[in-house]
Design a protein around this ligand. Structure first.
Ligand SMILES: Cc1cc2nc3c(=O)[nH]c(=O)nc-3n(C[C@H](O)[C@H](O)[C@H](O)COP(=O)(O)O)c2cc1C
Length: 322
């Protein structure tokens, strides 16, 4: 997610779940080919498994970028067919590619020929006045024939004329049933459902009907939920007993990054929603918002912020012992 799932966010989320696949923000082919590559797509090995999302519509450029991403160590290359922004439309990629499934197929085929890691597509149900029944079926059939490894569907239309990108994440109604139906009509294609999944418990219910679930805003805004992913979805122990324990495990990363000149708040901003219903959560946020943004703020500011929060597990243990 643009401006949200940067490398600091991904490192932090990886502390909360060892199993979930994590995605980068969309990076355009132009940026990968001509930009400061290490800054734009560099990542920490701890983030594995991590997928890169590319934005583009030119098969040769996408193939070249997929190869670069594979060389960087990415575990999957994903093509964005869902972003509705004006800038992206001007580039003729993102959601407007819903109208050109043949071109998306060519892009997938070119990327598949270039790399050994999985190549996936993330799309919408349809755009504008397209009927989601044939539009989504056509996209699925064509990308499957091109060898795609999974199709992730944001289960709402995008309106390219009349709605802003932000409105396009909420205004067009969700239709999870359309994605369930897609899975039934394409049983051999891995289908991942995205859009409005608010909890790991809800994700687990959808997994009876689709092959995977992608969580966006709930994962970012309420990262504490990610501690339930490994136990509930993978039958593995949670990496930490509490959000506070996970946050404390981030401290060596914070020390390393701030030591290299990263601003504390560039990391700390991703932690604001970590403590839900935990005594001290508001004081934690306030401390970060006031002290964390100051020039020269370092790891001690974060340590002081953590000290304002009760450890929920320890708190429960204390309550049980009382
Ligand atoms: C701030 C923000 C940035 C986003 N950036 C991207 C992006 O770069 N690529 C993408 O495929 N979707 C992007 N999305 C859309 C989400 O991936 C997701 O499809 C959408 O929010 C619906 O899922 P959710 O209800 O679980 O959040 C973004 C969403 C938000 C809120």
């Amino acid at each position: 997610m643009m401006d949200w799932t940067d490398r600091h966010c991904r490192f932090f989320h990886r502390l909360l779940t060892r199993r979930a696949l994590i995605y980068t923000e969309m990076v355009t082919t132009g940026a990968v080919l001509h930009g400061d590559r290490a800054r734009l797509i560099g990542f920490d090995p701890f983030e594995h498994p991590v997928a890169i999302q590319l934005g583009g519509c030119e098969p040769r450029a996408l193939a070249a970028c997929a190869r670069i991403a594979e060389d960087f160590g990415y575990d999957e290359v994903n093509l964005n067919v869902g972003c509705p922004s004006d800038r992206v439309q001007e580039g003729r990629f993102g959601a407007c590619l819903m109208a050109e499934p043949g071109l998306v197929g060519d892009c997938v085929a070119a990327m598949k020929a270039a790399v050994g890691v999985p190549v996936t597509v993330k799309c919408r149900l349809a755009i504008d006045h397209q009927d989601p029944e044939p539009a989504l079926d056509a996209m699925a059939t064509i990308v499957q024939a091109a060898g795609v490894d999974a199709l992730i569907v944001h289960a709402r239309k995008a309106w390219l004329h009349g709605l802003s990108p932000k409105q396009n994440r909420d205004v067009p109604p969700l239709d999870h049933a359309r994605v369930h139906r897609l899975k039934r009509s394409h049983p051999d294609l891995d289908i991942v459902l995205n859009g409005g999944i608010g909890s790991v418990e809800s994700a687990r219910e959808h997994l009876a009907r689709v092959d995977g679930v992608m969580m966006g805003r709930a994962a970012y805004q309420e990262p504490w939920r990610l501690l339930a992913v490994d136990p509930l979805l993978f039958g593995a122990p949670a990496p930490f007993a509490s959000p506070k324990a996970a946050a404390e495990a981030l401290m060596p990363y914070v020390a390393r990054e701030t030591g290299r000149g990263t601003r504390l708040y560039a990391i700390a901003r991703h932690l604001l929603g970590l403590f839900h219903g935990v005594p001290g959560a508001r004081a934690f946020r306030r401390h970060l918002a006031t002290e964390g943004v100051k020039t020269g703020a370092g790891p001690q500011v974060l340590r002081d912020a953590f000290a304002l929060v009760l450890d929920s597990q320890a708190g429960l243990a204390q309550t049980a012992a009382a």
